[in-house]
Write a protein that binds this ligand. Structure first.
Ligand code: KG4
Ligand code: ZN
Length: 370
């Protein structure tokens, strides 16, 4: 039996996060084996609040905030895990995609730590890492599961994987945890970004996704006068996404309701029921597009055995409900606590042996110190 401990850093956007995760594999050749059990020793996620006044993430502010917090949070993580830094076997860090200044803070910190400890440094692709919790764990509740050994529950392959967050909307085919082929991505905005922009238009705080979901739940489902169209997939692009047109439809509708055809507008002055109905109609169209592309892929790849969904938007309960209605296929969501950005997913990805989920291969390209 072999135990590996990874110290992980995530700073690609507006969460400064540090995690320490252990994996247990059955024999000494742990680099070739899927872990059998996992133990999250530390899981610290600090969401930056300095962006709230701007209604969106300001890259320079994010980088400076990471710089202030990263060292104290790393100390806190070691204290939470009750281990010394030199007891870790490797340091893993998000290398991208993300905000360049924010990424650099995490990468420089992780590189410094790895050099000081003389341990390998593993560069991880953020989009791939979002999928790792769903590939390994059925659930993770930080309050009760921290420090506990959790049984790894592998999914059945081949799988379809949807990473849907504020920055990404990727549909991929997974032949195995090590082989990911991108089927389609967004041509413009990511789905979560559209949630955030529409939420802002309706006067909701950032990040808007969860607030918009709450507002939409209050809408009158039986007689919503609003309906938005999602871009239909065509035969040449059955798996790609686009959200900018949907966003414009919402903007035009809000303008019409306010009676302002041009200029800056704020939808917060609309009557509550109008805002609720617009939120629900937008959510319906946004989720409808995700469902449409998933169904296209399920038709195109009939041997798919599992659908994996991860990223911030995977926390949306209406989306989960609509997926659950599709009973003929097995779904695996990332645990709710690991949907939004966090370093535990970075550590988990580092612990998938010889992972080639990322393209280019993250270990061979970015591993130092071996
Ligand atoms: O994965 P994540 O933390 O960051 C990126 O990698 O982008 O995702 C954050 C995104 C935000 O756009 C946020 O509004 C959205 O996920 N989000 C939601 C929900 N919770 C978070 N969108 C819709 N419904 C939710 N419940
Ligand atoms: Zn993310």
């Amino acid at each position: 039996m072999s135990i590996q401990t990874v110290f992980a850093v995530e700073s690609s956007c507006d969460e400064t996060s540090i995690s320490i995760v252990q994996s247990e594999t059955l024999d000494q050749h742990s680099s070739e084996q899927f872990p059998t059990r996992l133990r999250v020793l530390a899981h610290i996620v600090e969401s930056q609040t300095s962006h709230l006044v701007f209604g969106g993430v300001v890259p320079e502010v994010a980088a400076r905030d990471h710089l202030l917090k990263i060292t104290p949070l790393a100390r806190e993580a070691l204290a939470q895990a009750q281990i010394r830094a030199n007891e870790v076997d490797a340091v893993a860090v998000t290398l991208g995609p993300g905000l360049i200044g924010a990424l650099m803070v995490g990468a420089m910190f992780a590189q410094g730590l790895a050099k000081a400890l003389n341990k390998p440094l593993l560069g991880i692709n953020h989009v791939d890492a979002h999928l790792s919790p769903a590939l390994l764990l059925e659930s993770f509740y930080p309050r009760t599961d921290l420090g506990e050994w959790l049984k790894v529950s592998p999914i059945k392959f081949p799988a379809l994987a949807l990473t849907v967050s504020g920055g990404h909307c990727h549909l991929s085919l997974l032949k195995s945890p090590r082989e990911r082929t991108l089927l389609g991505h967004t041509a413009d905005d990511a789905c979560g970004e559209a949630f955030d922009k529409v939420a802002k238009l309706l006067g909701l705080p950032y990040p808007g996704g969860p607030h918009l979901e709450t507002l939409a739940a209050k809408a009158n489902k039986e007689s919503n006068p609003f309906k938005f169209r999602s871009v239909l997939a065509d035969k040449n692009n059955r798996h790609g996404f686009s959200y900018s047109g949907l966003k414009t439809q919402v903007l035009d509708t809000v303008r019409k309701q306010l009676g302002y055809p041009t200029g800056r507008i704020q939808g917060h002055s609309l009557p509550d029921d109008v805002k609720q109905n617009i939120a629900a109609a937008f959510q319906d169209a946004a989720i409808g597009q995700l469902m449409d592309r998933l169904n296209n892929a399920l038709r195109d790849f009939p041997d798919i055995r599992t659908v994996v969904v991860a990223g911030g938007v995977a926390a949306n309960s209406e989306f989960r409900r609509r997926l659950a209605e599709q009973t003929q296929i097995q779904f695996r969501f990332a645990p709710m606590s690991l949907c939004s950005d966090n370093a535990t997913m970075i550590a988990l990805h580092a612990l998938i042996p010889h992972s080639t989920l990322a393209s280019p291969h993250p270990f061979s390209r970015y591993t130092y110190g071996e």
